[in-house]
Design a protein around this ligand. Sequence first.
Ligand code: FEO
Length: 170
Amino acid sequence: MIKENVLLLLNDQIELEAFSSFQYLSMCAWLDNQGFPGAAQFMARQANEEMTHMKKVFDYVMEAGGRAIVPAIPKPQEEFDGFRDVFETALAHERKVTEAIHHIVFESQANKDFTTFNFMQWYVAEQLEEESLFGTILDKIKLLDRDNSTFYHLDRELATMTGKEPSNPA
Ligand code: FEO
């Protein structure tokens, strides 16, 4: 049987995973609207994954004899400053999810709830993957940003650049 304080945390996690799904769906809509259909598809896949994460905790709570609660989901962020901001927001969000998961692992161990401790190991590994994925994408975006600034400087240079006319033949 799950201890009461661990059960509360697991139900919080159900809400957080569902919120993650909504947040990525909101990012999907923003990216699609801004003309980034590939990134929108990526976020749609992430949103689906988060729903499976939510359902996995939900099912575990029921299997372990607890009461799973269907949460009210807060409205996710819907405006972003740009492509890079979307992925920075996503990575910051995943770091918060990781903290929440580590907290459940800590509390389940402190309460000698080794079944929950064992169940949560999948999430510990998954968070490593997710942070790594978003980190890799951000590294690529930063490289592109750098290239864009190179183009920006070249563009300014071209505004005043002219070729030298050949001198008149003697
Ligand atoms: Fe299920 Fe990305 O946290």
